[in-house]
Every structure is written in structure tokens, then in C-alpha cells.
Design a protein around this ligand. Structure first.
Ligand code: CDT
Length: 300
């Protein structure tokens, strides 16, 4: 067995006016709680530093700049990196990235226990729309405020394991886990913001939690990986986001799950070796995959 202390930091609602300093203090507190439990790595949500701003229409995208980070770490986020270094704990963090070239991405990074960035991902499956939906109580403007990620789906050595990243809507796409598993990821970490009501997405509210967990569980099982998903949850400026932050084993079983919709630390002592019998048996990719039969997937 290879024991690994894994924390998932669910973050409750962040109001549009909540300052970064307050959010960072909440995240530092969750990191400390993870360390107290024995975690060597903790997963934070998508866009963990701000409210889920794609719900708002703005004529000028520049008006959204206050929700973006021009550097990581920054004066406002350095406390997270210092805490990681002091506690010797790694973390993943989602945030809105504004590059020096003026490109905007929905991004996540992996930071190691020395407080150094070891990996970066820019969201590929951007959901929602780019135009204004008149009459909708909330917009879902990820296609307006972000460009499609340009870094691919990478796997990074960190915390003594191999970690792949994706973000929110990516978790619903089977190809994502497979591409990460083919690079020998042992752990897939992701953050999410899943509103109960999304314009144009006709799914019963109760099914939102089911399809969220179903996606994590199928991804974990069919690819023999651990999956850790951290949600931003609860109510933000009148919009409800589902909870259900969870850790899923390579068997597809949920081993830990949030029970609230607020700031909550979900923890499990996992065994990274649990994937081995799956990877060398039913899901021995080298022996059993038939990629020549899957070409349609990349052709269309
Ligand atoms: N943030 C994000 O990607 N949310 C989406 C909402 C659904 S859009 C159809 C999600 O997949 O949870």
C-alpha cells in the first residue's frame, strides 16, 4: 500500500463584493484543517478566489478584470503559497487568469509542498454561451469571458504521485480522464461551480447531484484513477450551487463526501496502490485497448 492523505476543500458561497483577503483567509483555514487531518495535498474549487462571475452580463469584458489574477502568486494570494510551504502540504487552486498578453482563461495550478507551482491547466470544455440571454435569471457566460485552454491535459509529478487536472464541465467528458490516465495519472483533481439552474440546460435539480457524482465515479472506475472534486457550493448572490465535494476510488466508490453546502474539509487516507490491480487487469490499456477502433472520436 501507498498511503496518501487527501483533502478536498469545499468552499461555501462567495459574494461578489467579498475581498480576496477574506477568501484567502478562508482557504488558508481549510488548508490548516487539511493538514491537521494528515493531508499531504488539498484540492480547492474552480474560480476559488471569487464569486462565480460568469453569471453576470457585462457589455465590456474589461469590466470583469477585477475577478481575474494577473499573476500567481500575487500580493493577495501569496499567503496560500506561504502556508503550503510552512505546513509542507501541496494544493491545487482554480482561478481566473489574465495573461500578460491579455488572454483570459479559466485556470488551475498545482503547487507543491515547497510552495512552487508544478503544473498548470486551462479549461478546455467551456460550457454556457457567449451572448446575452434575455430574461434568464442568471447567465452562464464562460464562452464570453474565457478562451478555450491552450495547454492540453497534462499530468504532473507532485506530492509523491502523478496528478492530472481538469475543471468542472470537463469532468462530464470521458475523453478527459482517459487522456490523463494514458499519461499514468494516479489522481485526477478538479474544482467545480455547478449552478442548480443554468439557462438552456434542462435537467431536473435533483439530477444535478446525480450526474455530477456519476461523472466522477465513471471517470475513476473506467480509468483506474482516484478522483478528488472540490465544489464552490451554497448560495452566491441569489444563485444556488450544488455541494457534493467528493473523493472517489478507482473502484468507482465514493469514499468521502461533503455533508454541507458551506466551507467544509473532506478528507480520506487513500491508498494510491489501489488502482494497480485494475490497471494490470480489466483496464490493462496496453493489452486490451483497441485504439484503431476509436478513430471516429478524434475525427469528429
Ligand atoms: N463551471 C461549469 O463548468 N459549470 C457547468 C455548468 C453546466 S453548463 C451546461 C458544469 O458542468 O457543472
Amino acid at each position: 500500500t501507498r498511503g496518501f492523505g487527501l483533502g478536498v476543500a469545499q468552499v461555501g458561497g462567495i459574494g461578489p463584493a467579498e475581498p480576496r483577503s477574506s477568501v484567502v483567509a478562508r482557504l488558508v483555514d481549510l488548508m490548516r484543517r487539511a493538514k491537521d487531518k494528515g493531508a499531504s495535498f488539498v484540492v480547492f474549487p474552480e474560480l476559488a478566489l471569487t464569486t462565480f462571475f460568469p453569471r453576470y452580463w457585462q457589455e465590456s469584458t474589461d469590466a470583469m478584470d477585477r475577478y481575474f489574477e494577473r499573476s500567481m502568486p500575487s500580493r493577495e494570494t501569496i499567503a496560500l503559497f506561504e502556508c503550503a510551504r510552512d505546513l509542507r502540504i501541496g494544493f491545487s487552486l482554480g482561478y481566473a487568469e489574465l495573461t500578460p498578453e491579455g488572454r483570459r482563461h479559466n485556470t488551475s495550478v498545482i503547487v507543491d509542498e515547497a510552495g512552487e507551482i508544478r503544473g498548470r491547466y486551462r479549461k478546455i470544455h467551456l460550457p454556457g454561451h457567449a451572448d446575452r440571454w434575455e430574461g434568464a435569471p442568471f447567465q452562464h457566460l464562460e464562452k464570453r469571458y474565457f478562451e478555450v485552454g491552450d495547454l492540453g491535459l497534462g499530468v504532473f509529478p507532485a506530492a509523491g504521485t502523478r496528478i492530472g487536472m481538469c475543471l468542472c464541465n470537463d469532468r462530464r467528458w470521458p475523453e478527459v480522464y482517459r487522456v490523463l490516465a494514458l499519461q499514468s495519472a494516479e489522481l485526477v483533481v478538479l474544482g467545480y461551480n455547478t449552478p442548480t439552474e443554468v439557462p438552456g440546460w434542462r435537467e431536473e435539480p435533483h439530477a444535478k447531484m446525480f450526474t455530477h457524482l456519476l461523472s466522477l465515479q465513471a471517470g475513476a472506475y473506467q480509468n483506474s484513477v482516484w478522483v478528488a472534486a472540490a465544489g464552490k457550493s451554497g448560495t452566491e448572490d441569489g444563485q444556488h450551487l450544488i455541494g457534493g465535494s467528493a473523493i472517489v476510488a478507482p473502484s468507482g466508490e465514493i469514499v468521502a463526501k461533503a455533508s454541507t453546502e458551506g466551507d467544509e474539509l473532506v478528507y480520506c487516507d487513500i491508498d494510491l496502490d489501489m488502482a494497480a490491480p485494475y490497471r494490470s487487469g480489466v483496464f490493462d490499456f496496453e493489452a486490451h485497448r483497441r485504439p484503431e477502433e476509436y478513430t471516429l472520436i478524434t475525427e469528429r
